[in-house]
Design a protein around this ligand. Structure first.
Ligand SMILES: NC(=O)c1ccc[n+]([C@@H]2O[C@H](COP(=O)([O-])OP(=O)(O)OC[C@H]3O[C@@H](n4cnc5c(N)ncnc54)[C@H](OP(=O)(O)O)[C@@H]3O)[C@@H](O)[C@H]2O)c1
Length: 242
């Protein structure tokens, strides 16, 4: 059996299990691509988006997508939104520039951790966290420190399966203007492919890596997927039709 056939079989087997999924951050770049890919691959029987605003999702493709609008400052009032999902993906995040240091910590650590707690209490078996290359709770850089801290705190929740994705710079055509990111993308675009791919990754590759990993049964409780592994896992389905 080729790798492509093996992946197709994994997807078929997974679909048969009629699992439900939630996405946190589907209004963002990665979460949005993740939602599209989940629907294209038709992997789950129920898809729920949990976010701070309702998205304008028109078309037949979205007819079975449920939206739960929550106030992240009062998540305890929204426990029902987190009930009964088998798999969860967290693509939440902000930047220090957008939200200030305190706001960044609130979103990237506190909202993520509280959501994970409620998901665990609601029965979620497999929690996927989009973190970052270099995440390290003892880092001197606030961004990497908070990413490392939240990774570790979510691990303490003891999900049956917990997958942490640590991509490098995300390559995407972001709607919102972030000149710093734009420059970094141009910079990576001008570098030799092998070097650039060590430090960056297209969003679609991250998303496919997340899903290809999800459909693959694993008896590991915790998985740490670094940028290189994300490239390998995500590329595996480049030629595969949903
Ligand atoms: N950009 C990179 O190069 C890079 C590299 C490695 C890792 N990462 C990490 O990957 C994750 C996803 O990145 P991305 O670029 O896809 O994110 P993004 O496009 O900025 O989307 C972030 C998501 O978080 C939500 N969010 C932000 N602030 C919020 C708040 N105060 N309350 C509730 N929801 C809030 C957004 O909702 P709204 O749409 O309502 O704002 C959106 O759904 C982040 O954790 C980021 O740190 C990014």
């Amino acid at each position: 059996m080729t790798d492509v056939d093996a992946l197709a079989k994994l997807r078929d087997d997974f679909r048969m299990q009629n699992k439900s999924v939630f996405i946190l951050g589907a209004s963002g770049e990665t979460g949005g691509v993740l939602l599209k890919e989940i629907l294209e691959q038709n992997l789950f029987s129920r898809v729920t988006l949990i976010g701070r605003r309702k998205l304008n999702l028109e078309g037949e493709a979205y007819q079975n997508v449920k939206q739960e609008v929550v106030d992240f400052e009062k998540l305890d009032d929204y426990t029902s939104a987190f009930q009964g999902h088998d798999v969860g993906f967290c693509c939440l995040g902000t930047t220090r520039k957008k939200a200030g240091a305190e706001g960044f910590i609130r979103v990237d650590r506190d909202y993520v951790l509280k959501s994970a707690e409620l998901a665990k209490a609601g029965g979620c078996k497999h929690f996927n966290l989009l973190s970052s290359k270099g995440a390290d709770k003892s880092s001197n850089f606030l961004y990497l420190q908070i990413k490392g801290e939240v990774e570790a705190k979510v691990e303490e929740l003891n999900f049956d399966r917990y997958s942490i994705f640590r991509p490098g710079v995300l390559l995407c055509d972001r709607q919102e203007s972030r000149p710093g990111e734009w420059f970094v993308r141009k910079f990576f675009g001008s570098l030799p492919e092998s070097w650039a791919s060590g430090h960056s990754v297209p969003v679609i590759t991250v998303v496919r890596a997340m899903l290809n990993n999800t459909v693959k049964p694993s008896d590991k409780k915790m998985e740490l997927l670094e940028n290189k592994v994300i490239h390998e896992l995500g590329k595996a389905s480049d030629t595969l039709k949903p």
